[in-house]
Ligand binder design. Structure first.
Ligand SMILES: [Zn+2]
Length: 388
């Protein structure tokens, strides 16, 4: 049996939650037991859809893969060959996969129908990710989502077809690769026909809800992230809770939170600019207290931006406070430094400063800058020695 063996139970009836089969073989490998059954309701990972999980009797099934045309159940406990066992799949996980796989077909089919693009990559993880080989505008994405949810409302039957070679020639369907042997087509009337070996819901109404979460440029096309059904509702509930929290914090109406946040950002920008003006004024207020004509005029400050303290350093140099002016601006990682001078070649000293004070940086003859990881005391001592 293999994934194109469409007589397997999960193809015959995707809604079987429990099924009795006979153990054909059981082999231990790397701490797990690889169990093959005569038939199974467990879907093996494939075609972008993740595997089922569940139990065979009391042996937990942690993964299911197709290996050499056989469906292998990776289990925690061994089961005797020839024994009849009851398989139970994790139905929540399976039904989430069915809702999301059918949802993916509806969206891919509509995009193909409306814009002629192919689904060139598909992955079902926490969210469903689909790559298309052409661009889509935000408006087009909204239109696809609207039509996808209309397809759900129409509650049409999702049909599996097993056409023979001749019939297949006359059917227009989507497929990622050349197919050999019996082909299974999954049809969503008015939206899609696609070759597929995954599990699907019986009617589109069961998909419940489709939400396209994002659409971003990817290679020559776009990458869409989406969710369907229960997973989509859970996700949107989280988004709702986040928005509710923002709404409460800002006393903003639920449908107007972004405008309130934008206003907050603008206000924050204004405050920062006002704060910087005050900080600069504070720096200049220090000028009168600083002694004139020092060899080294060293200023330890905290939390200033580079532009402000560079201006301050130039003012100190111009007003003759020192032959060398040094600014040490404390931040979370230590100190940023800036030294300027017209008379002393600073570049000749930068290596010694960095080496002795655990720093890095460089510059030109009359200006050097970088960062230091040393205490104020150590910095004063070393710099006095070099420039004092
Ligand atoms: Zn599919």
């Amino acid at each position: 049996m293999n994934m194109s063996d469409f007589s397997l139970k999960y193809y015959q009836n995707a809604y079987l939650k429990e099924y009795e089969s006979t153990v054909v073989s059981c082999e231990e490998n790397k701490g797990l037991f690889e169990i093959v059954l005569d038939d199974t309701i467990f879907y093996p990972e494939g075609g972008g859809q993740s595997s089922d999980k569940g139990y065979l009797d009391d042996s937990e099934v942690v993964d299911v893969q197709e290996v050499n045309d056989r469906v292998v159940h990776y289990c925690k406990k061994p089961l005797e060959t020839g024994k009849k066992v009851v398989g139970k799949i994790d139905w929540r996980r399976r039904f989430d996969n069915m809702q999301n796989h059918t949802g993916e077909h509806i969206v891919s089919g509509l995009i193909h129908k409306l814009f002629g693009y192919e689904n060139v990559g598909f992955h079902m993880g926490e969210v469903i990710q689909i790559d298309f080989n052409g661009p889509l505008t935000d408006e087009q994405v909204r239109e696809v989502e609207r039509l996808a949810n209309e397809t759900i409302e129409a509650n049409v039957e999702v049909v599996s077809l097993y056409p023979d070679v001749e019939e297949l020639k006359n059917i227009d369907y989507r497929s990622k690769k050349e197919l050999k042997g019996q082909v299974r087509l999954v049809e969503v009337p008015e939206a899609d026909v696609c070759a597929c070996c995954g599990t699907h819901v019986n009617s589109t109404g069961e998909v419940g809800y489709i939400k396209i979460l994002s659409c971003e440029k990817h290679k020559n096309g776009v990458r869409i992230q989406m969710l369907s059904g229960n997973k989509a509702r859970k996700y949107m509930n989280e988004v709702y809770r986040e928005n509710l929290a923002i709404s409460n914090m800002l006393s903003a109406p639920m449908l107007n939170t972004s405008e309130y946040v934008r206003n907050l950002q603008e206000r924050n920008g204004q405050l920062l600019s006002e704060l910087n003006q005050f900080k600069e004024k504070y720096l200049y207020s220090l000028m009168s207290e600083i002694e004139d004509g020092q060899k080294l005029c060293l200023q330890f400050i905290k939390g200033f931006d580079r532009i402000s303290y560079t201006k301050f350093a130039n003012s100190l140099l111009e007003s003759g406070k020192g032959k060398v002016v040094g600014i040490l601006n404390e931040n979370a990682n230590g100190y940023e430094y800036l030294f300027i001078s017209r008379e002393i070649n600073l570049r000749e000293h930068v290596k010694a400063i960095n080496e002795r004070l655990n720093g890095r940086g460089g510059g030109k003859d009359n200006i050097i800058q970088g960062s230091l990881k040393s205490s104020e005391e150590e910095i004063r001592e070393v710099l006095e020695e070099i420039f004092g």
